[in-house]
Design a binder for this molecule. Structure first.
Ligand code: BGC
Length: 768
């Protein structure tokens, strides 16, 4: 009889209550105050609030698709405001039975909640109602603002939208990016609006007008071609592009306001072994408490390689500083982090010249703190060339005269402290090559059994989980449950099993409201047991990253790990950590940032949190360049090796080196003509041999489905094993057959299959 981990008590558990308050804190910390012309903070208790907008009642807690979480319920904005003691005076308008003109009863304050939703399988559109505000939205915001002497606009969105109207509209007195912050959405919003929590989130992606992003007109469906995507912008992604190509963002990378003000001063820049250490003193100079983020950017010298204006190299966040209080942060980063990838010679190099260290509160407000000089080029790491381009492609070259600058930059450079990097000899990169898997168990299995282990199995253990590994009961090998992410654990909220342990009813794992599907009115039959699996929806990845608080990411990982313990899930199919290359990517909300340092550190910390629960692990995904959702299974992403190394692989490299996640999930797309699921260069050469990844690699779900007439075909199951992709998911009979046929035909080696099986066994195998 199946043993289920889920409980049978339908009441709210102490774990649910505890985790709800933990996500409420995290949600508030990820909100970013974009504008404040006196609108915030606002009192809520006992006040009449005129509430408008599609997100007021139909608040979006997270996007759609595999990132959905079936929590017991969540707090909408309307509920959150009521919980905080506000009276909502626009009830009839929210019910939809009152024309706008009559919907303006007297109130003390007005709020407009603008929501957007997106999810996997489709990209967003640069259209009114999606990336742009619609005429109706603008008209209503203006009318509300005029009627109430100003309106606070709250953005309940998963990604960027064109905020130019909100930036300039005189009727808008504040703009708060609430994001899509999970189970406690409305309560957390009320905390920030009322000042119980201070807004201290900072953007992790540049907010601009759509046409100002690189290759905007050619992205995905925009040019009618979803088969090929040409990354001609090279490493110039996000702020690297805006700063170097003369574009002015609406809200720059790293930006966010507070209810108080801060002074920031660099006290010292020095070397500590192979690290640069920057001491920054932050003082709260305003009249309310708050937290500040100190950001360190470095501008590398122009040599043979063209460099972006600046790149984020370190950051840190203060604690909650009371008015007048100070804190000194020491931000360190390895000297080698300033290196660029020289693709002609396949090596990381520090070119000779001046490295300008900039410290500040966001990417467009920094002060030059030090100049590090290097007389001769230093080679940091020599690597094997991987993933060569499969087409002719010219990189877009910036015009240096268009690089961002500010009036004091020149004098700051003249007076800045100068430190010499000469003599810096990067120690030989430690031999990271992952040890060969222990094959003692796998060697004893038949090829048939090995192939079974390398192909996923139907879900039995944890209803609503996305997949399972195959069990080999006669060998003592159990199956393991794999459940989505990244905004918490996606499981079915309830199910019923009969006396033999057979699941006879299962509420869907994807969010539905239909009571029949949810089994709300379903009568239990005698002998049935009903089980409950209510997980907590944590804020979407972008909102978590916006906290710039790696400890908080670790805490969210710990929260998920605790729920994995409770529900018997071994691998969480998260975090998602692709780069925000274009704001229309339908899954950006599942990803952290346009910057690989932030993405890598966020993934590493959330992984450490999960892995503080022995036996539980993360699956960092989607490896790599999953930056387009239209035609996601067959799009060929053409990327220069330099951009691949510096931008798209960098975050994964950081996450692997810093946290050794248990698993990696490959993406659906091709990179330079090869399906990532079949790319030995990525999985074996880069992840295992260079970075030392010791875990399991798995495919995304259904990558091996036979091609249905696309320009580029599907990946193959045998190709996965050849490349070192250990687990084909969700796993079908024909995947196993194909692996065995390739073995028989001699196109797949016995060792490759054995090694993949051995790595799966290292996760699921019996104790030796
Ligand atoms: C998604 C993955 C997810 C998997 C399992 C796929 O469609 O791309 O992110 O983990 O499904 O649900």
């Amino acid at each position: 009889m199946t043993h289920f981990f889920a409980g049978t008590d339908p009441s709210v558990s102490p774990r649910e209550t505890r985790n709800q308050s933990r996500v409420r804190r995290a949600a508030a910390e990820g909100m970013v105050l974009l504008e404040n012309r006196g609108g915030l903070p606002m009192a809520l208790r006992g006040r009449r609030v005129a509430l408008f907008g599609n997100g007021a009642r139909h608040t979006v807690q997270g996007g759609t698709g595999s990132g959905e979480v079936n929590n017991r319920g969540f707090v909408t904005v309307e509920q959150g405001l009521r919980n905080a003691g506000a009276e909502i005076v626009t009830e009839r308008f929210l019910d939809g039975d009152c024309p706008i003109g009559e919907a303006f009863p007297d109130a003390d304050a007005a709020l407009y909640i603008l929501a957007r939703n997106s999810g996997e399988g489709a990209d967003r559109k640069n259209e009114p109602g999606d990336f742009r505000l619609s005429d109706e939205e603008r008209a209503l915001i203006e009318a509300v603002g005029r009627r109430y002497g100003g309106v606070t606009v709250v953005l309940n969105v998963g990604g960027v939208l064109d905020a130019s109207f909100l930036q300039t509209c005189p009727c808008v007195n504040a703009v708060l990016l609430m994001s899509q912050p999970g189970s406690a959405s409305g309560d957390a919003l009320a905390d920030v609006l009322s000042g119980v929590s201070e807004p201290c989130g900072r953007l992790t992606t540049t907010w601009g007008r759509y046409g100002d992003y690189p290759n905007a007109a050619k992205f995905s469906h925009n040019n009618g071609d979803t088969d090929d995507e040409f990354y001609t912008e090279g490493v110039f992604v996000g702020y690297r592009w805006f700063d170097s190509f003369g574009k002015t963002p609406l809200y720059p990378f790293g930006y966010g306001l507070s209810y108080t003000s801060f002074a920031m001063e660099t006290e010292n820049v020095s070397f500590e072994g192979e690290n640069v250490a920057v001491c920054v003193r932050v003082r709260n100079t305003g009249s309310r408490p708050g937290k500040q983020v100190a950001q360190v950017y470095v501008s590398a010298p122009e040599g043979r390689l063209c460099k972006p204006y600046q790149e984020l190299r370190a950051f840190g966040k203060t604690g909650r500083l009371q008015p007048g209080e100070s804190e000194t942060l020491t931000l360190t980063f390895p000297i080698a982090r300033m290196a660029s990838f020289d693709e002609a010679r396949s090596r990381w190099v520090l070119e000779a010249g001046e490295y300008l260290v900039r410290v500040g509160e966001h990417s467009r407000r920094t002060k030059l703190a030090a100049v590090l000089t290097l007389e001769r080029e230093a080679v940091c790491e020599q690597l094997a060339p991987i993933m060569p381009l499969d087409c002719e492609m010219e990189v877009l070259q910036p015009d240096r005269s268009l690089y961002y600058t500010y009036p004091e930059e020149r004098s700051e450079r003249e007076t800045a402290v100068r430190l010499s990097l000469d003599g810096f000899a990067p120690s030989e990169a430690p031999a990271r090559c992952a040890p060969k898997p222990d094959t003692s168990l796998a060697d004893r299995l038949t090829s048939e059994e090995q192939a079974s282990l390398c192909v996923g199995a139907p879900v039995r253990l944890v209803p609503g989980a996305a997949g399972e590994t195959a069990a080999l009961p006669e060998r003592g090998v159990p199956g393991l449950a794999l459940a989505d992410g990244p905004a918490g654990l996606r499981l079915c909220p309830s199910f019923a099993a009969d006396e033999s342990g057979e699941v006879v009813f299962q509420a869907p794992a994807f969010g539905v409201e239909d009571p029949e599907l949810l089994g709300k009115d379903r009568e239990s039959k005698p002998g049935e047991t009903v089980y409950y699996q209510y997980a907590t929806a944590i804020p979407i990845a972008t909102a978590l990253a916006q906290t710039w608080n790696t400890e908080l990411l670790r805490e969210m990982g710990d929260l998920v790990g605790e729920e994995m313990d409770e529900f018997g899930v071994t691998l969480w199919l998260a975090p998602g950590m692709n780069i925000h290359r274009n704001p229309l990517c339908g899954r950006n909300f599942e990803y952290f940032s346009e910057d690989p340092l932030i993405a890598g550190l966020c993934a590493a910390h959330i992984t450490k949190g999960v892995q503080s629960h022995p036996g539980r692990g993360t699956t960092i995904k989607h490896f790599c360049c999953n930056n387009q959702e239209d035609n996601r299974l067959f799009v060929n992403e053409h990327v220069f090796p330099r951009a691949l190394r510096e931008i798209y692989l960098r975050g994964f490299e950081i996450a692997v080196k810093e946290s050794q996640p248990l698993a990696i999930m490959t993406s659906y797309n091709l990179v330079n003509g090869v399906h990532t699921a079949n790319a030995r260069d990525l999985l074996t050469v880069a992840a295992r041999d260079e970075w030392g990844f010791r875990g399991v690699v798995m495919t995304d779900w259904g990558t091996t489905h036979p091609d249905s007439g696309h320009k580029y075909g599907n990946s193959s199951a045998a190709g996965c094993i050849r490349a070192g992709n250990d687990l084909v998911m969700p796993g079908e009979k024909r995947d196993k057959e194909e692996i065995l046929e390739a073995l028989e035909a001699g196109t797949l080696s016995k060792e490759a299959l054995r090694d993949c099986a051995a790595r799966v066994l290292a996760l699921s195998g019996p104790e030796k």
